[in-house]
Design a protein. Structure first.
Length: 403
């Protein structure tokens, strides 16, 4: 539905009902992807397209019916009909599943907020229940770029489970459908949720054109990051050495970081372990509103790095954000294993998780809210103790920034 955000924002500001038809599933060749919507205003105006024209008339009529009877959402499936060339169907040969529902902006004020953010070019995500119990079908939940919930039609554990899933999709920057629930501890109802995402890919900035950077750039790209490798040494910073990076930059790390765009989803990984690069770079990175800052090096390197950063004026609360030595304790040795260690830590932080083995935990595998962090009510004492036992004193002051 975010493909027509500008018009929907205008209609929501008017607080007048409209019908929304959304592609929730496809098979074979279809003109447009899952998540694409068409909307019909109560005065008959229409915006968007879901098929390039071949089933628009039938979808328009369904929208008008839903508006007229103010009934429950309806599902319809359209496919190719070779028996009748004029039958409603997709001439491309594929099939698409469409959910048609009535939207009442007055009852869903969060739509104005999330659509305004999308129109303004800011990251947002909207969860859309496309399969499940009849009373939940068509329900929406909106999450803003900082991870906060703009509003939801859901309640209780179901709302928390859906918004957690929405945050996860927002971090990837991809519209996707997923199934969740069926667990009384997390989400009692089994749901299929389509999360509409309007967001650029999150950035992973890797400083240091080393073998570890090559492996990490591949892992970062696999996770959906837009990866940049930066090094001041042109002989090492070449696209041929980093084929999985989206860009390779030759520049002094701190100078590049000073002039590049970052946000709360950005992961900064410093792999140079050379003080002349690290210290000015980390001084700047720890003062930026990014999601993750990690630096490679031994314990001795880490201790010396902390002293130099402290002596250069970096405050204790800033130092507490630094993940150093970088990565989780997986016993990694090779560049590839180290890349897994680093990305595992990034994933754990972004979800507010401890990084401890699931076998050592009790309760649900998927917590109701991954935003919980140490020192906040969301983590119980057992989990806090596990985290404390695995981290240095600097980690104890760490707070997970909202993505």
């Amino acid at each position: 539905m975010l493909n027509i955000a500008d018009t929907l924002h205008h209609w929501c500001r008017e607080a007048r009902p409209f019908a929304l038809a959304t592609i929730v599933d496809t098979s074979g060749s279809t003109p447009l992807p899952v998540g694409t919507s068409v909307a019909v205003h109560e005065d008959g105006d229409v915006v968007g397209s879901i098929s390039g024209g071949c089933v628009e008339g039938a979808v328009y009529e369904l929208c008008r019916q839903v508006l007229a009877d103010q009934g429950a959402p309806r599902r319809a499936r359209f496919g190719y009909s070779d028996a009748d060339a004029f039958a409603v169907g997709l001439t491309c040969g594929g099939e698409l599943d469409v959910l048609v529902q009535r939207i009442d902006p007055a009852a869903q004020p969060h739509l104005v907020t999330v659509l305004a953010e999308a129109v303004g070019g800011r990251a947002v995500a909207m969860a859309h229940v496309v399969d499940g119990p009849a009373d939940l079908l068509g329900s929406l939940a909106s999450v803003l770029g900082d991870g906060s919930v703009a509003g939801t039609d859901l309640a209780g554990n179901t709302a928390r489970a859906v918004t957690d899933q929405t945050r996860a999709a927002l971090r990837t920057g991809r519209t996707a459908r997923s199934t969740l629930g069926g667990d009384a501890d997390t989400c009692p109802e089994r749901l299929s949720v389509l999360v509409h995402v309007a967001a650029t890919r999150p950035r992973m900035l890797i400083f240091g054109a080393v073998d570890f950077a090559a492996a990490l750039s591949q892992a970062g790209r696999f996770l959906g990051y837009r990866v940049t490798v930066c090094d001041a040494r042109s002989v090492f910073a070449t696209p041929a050495r980093f084929p999985h990076a989206d860009e390779v930059v030759t520049d002094w790390p701190h100078r590049y970081l000073e002039h590049t765009e970052v946000d709360a989803r950005t992961a900064i990984c410093v792999l140079t372990h050379d003080a002349k690069f690290d210290i000015p770079l980390l001084r700047l990175a720890l003062d930026l509103p990014v999601g993750y800052v990690g630096a490679m090096g031994s314990r001795r390197t880490h201790d010396g790095r902390l002293r130099l950063l402290h002596d250069s004026g970096v405050r204790e609360e800033q130092l507490s954000r630094l993940h150093s030595p970088i990565g989780l304790d997986l016993g990694a040795r090779t560049p590839e294993e180290t890349a897994v260690s680093i990305t595992a830590e990034i994933i754990a932080q972004s979800n507010g998780a401890s990084g401890s083995p699931l076998a050592q935990r009790t309760g649900p595998i998927h917590q109701l809210s991954g935003r919980a962090v140490m020192g906040t009510p969301g983590l119980n004492k057992t989990t806090q103790a596990m985290v404390s036992s695995q981290r240095s004193p600097e980690w104890a002051a760490f707070r997970v920034p909202q993505p």
